[in-house]
Design a protein around this ligand. Structure first.
Ligand SMILES: [Zn+2]
Length: 387
């Protein structure tokens, strides 16, 4: 009975968070229609159907100048992280259009591409996505895009090639043998992605190559400073107390980067529901390890973390919930500190360390580094433990 109610809880919460569900068949049909439109728009003289179909399977080679065919470089970015890094690299480049698909607080594991998303991807010179099956509902769309020759760029690919992708070896059976998709949580991985993406953009759009590469260099330096700052703070908590308990397993890379251990109620994807066993296992773990704080993630409903907290309280124990929600798979609202990659990582560090301080643990928050282009807002620097 409890399993059932938990599952219902999650399904209900998800439906309010995400775009309307579009059945895969309709999606595929819509895609085919859009693909034809795109092909005929590219070459107005080709109106005969057989020629149009043939062209669909022939890739638009980016090297042949199809990027900026009409003067504008059109990029679609799936996640908030993807649109952030692309926007930073493109700063100062004229006639470039970056269309983000997912907004703040959206769960990319469950996000279904909408009709307008598909139109945007069809009209794009390049689609930038996170990869490692993070965008679990995009398989059909990516396959179709690939077949019509749209350039699809995976942000995780260079990280995987460099050997820094973590296998999801210690999660549920349904995910064994897969890679953990949350690679961006180690700023050193994000630097690899930044440089590789800049090189790819420079190749595709050679007139602006210097701008992409200069932006990448400046941003990489900031990512290294962010890592140094975060590492100092996160390692100030005594090693035996460094546990991050969250709803889903998004923080393996974050933990590996800064010497923390992770425990999550769900596995690496939110597509699997959390059951009673997961809740009870987490309760036991939190009690055994005397973990003082649990964290809610901004893109995941808080129900499972609240269930763990309630179960501990029912047994006479006490745990706190973090002073703020953590950003996991989605960043904050664009234009805010947490809406930028650097701010998102930093805000998580502030939230974790302040929450540990509030729980009476030893934790030191280093001064922010002026070498980083954005600075945390005042309200992030202090926290009232009582509220
Ligand atoms: Zn995730």
């Amino acid at each position: 009975m409890r399993t059932l109610s938990l599952r219902l809880f999650r399904a209900e919460a998800h439906s309010t968070l995400h775009w309307p569900v579009m059945p895969v068949v309709i999606l595929a049909l819509l895609f085919t229609a859009c693909a034809r439109e795109k092909v005929s728009a590219h070459d107005a003289t080709e109106v005969d159907t057989s020629a149009t179909i043939e062209r669909q399977t022939e890739p638009d080679s980016p090297e042949d100048g199809s990027v900026r065919a009409d003067g504008t470089f059109r990029i679609v970015a799936t996640t908030t992280q993807a649109s952030d890094v692309t926007t930073i690299l493109a700063e100062g480049v004229a006639d470039i259009e970056i269309t983000p698909l997912m907004g703040a607080g959206v769960d990319p594991h469950l996000y279904q591409p909408t009709e307008s998303d598909i139109r945007a991807m069809n009209a794009a010179d390049m689609v930038i996505y996170s990869g490692l099956h993070l965008e679990g509902q995009f398989d059909v769309v990516f396959k179709a895009l690939n077949e019509q020759g749209t350039l699809i760029y995976s942000l995780s690919k260079p990280v995987k090639e460099a050997g820094f992708v973590i296998g999801a070896f210690d999660v549920g059976l349904s995910q064994s043998g897969t890679d953990d998709p949350h690679f961006w949580f180690d700023p050193r991985n994000w630097e690899i992605t930044t440089v590789d993406l800049a090189e790819t953009l420079a190749e595709l759009d050679p007139d602006n190559a210097d701008t992409y590469m200069t932006n990448a260099e400046a941003y990489s330096a900031q990512l290294r400073d962010l890592y140094t700052w975060a590492d100092e703070g996160m390692r100030s908590v005594p090693a035996g107390q460094r546990y991050l308990v969250t709803s889903h397993d998004a923080f393996q890379y974050f933990g590996a980067a800064f010497g923390w251990r992770m425990a999550a109620i769900q596995g690496i994807s939110t597509e699997d529901e959390a059951g009673v066993g997961d809740i009870q296992g987490t309760v036991q773990f939190v009690v055994d390890q005397k973990i003082p704080v649990l964290f809610v993630e901004s893109s995941i409903p808080p129900n499972t973390i609240e269930a763990v907290q309630a179960a501990i309280a029912a047994n006479g124990g006490a745990t706190q919930v973090g002073v703020r929600e953590l950003y996991s798979d989605a960043m904050g609202i664009p234009g805010t500190f947490g809406g930028a990659y650097i701010g998102m990582i930093a805000e998580n560090v502030y939230t974790i360390l302040q929450s540990y301080q509030c729980a009476g643990a030893q934790a030191h928050i280093p001064d922010w580094l002026d070498s980083i282009a954005i600075a945390p807002p005042e309200e992030l620097l202090t926290v009232d433990c009582a509220t």
